[in-house]
Design a protein around this ligand. Structure first.
Ligand code: ZN
Ligand code: ZN
Length: 109
């Protein structure tokens, strides 16, 4: 079971969808990544995991892979936070609002 929540800025309404398990993937024969989200039966064979993060400098979402150094593809900043942990951070879009999560917007896959 995977759980997701919607994290929202209380200033400008910018929204981020966050899933607790990130993006698990397997590598196909051609070396391409294939995502195996729940309830994909190959989920347990996942060999890698990407974690969706939000750049706290420019507000771009991008994936970070375990163990690999990574910076924002747009602004090259490494100031980021996992999407799932954004609550309480200042929104990079408006630089005023704070992220909160609405418990009524809860997703299960
Ligand atoms: Zn905002
Ligand atoms: Zn950035």
């Amino acid at each position: 079971m995977a759980y997701g929540k919607v994290i929202e800025c209380d200033g400008c309404g910018f929204k981020v969808d966050a899933w607790d398990e990130g993006n698990p993937y397997i590598l196909g024969l051609d070396g391409k990544k294939e995502y195996v989200y729940h309830p994909d039966p190959r989920r347990s064979e996942a060999t890698g995991l990407e974690t969706p993060c939000l750049c706290l400098n420019c507000g771009r979402e991008y994936n970070v892979e375990e163990e690999l150094p990574k910076v924002c593809p747009r602004c090259q900043s490494s100031h980021r936070k996992e999407c799932y942990e954004l609550e309480g951070e200042i929104c990079p879009k408006c630089n005023q609002g704070k992220f909160f999560h609405d418990p009524k917007k809860f997703m299960i896959s």
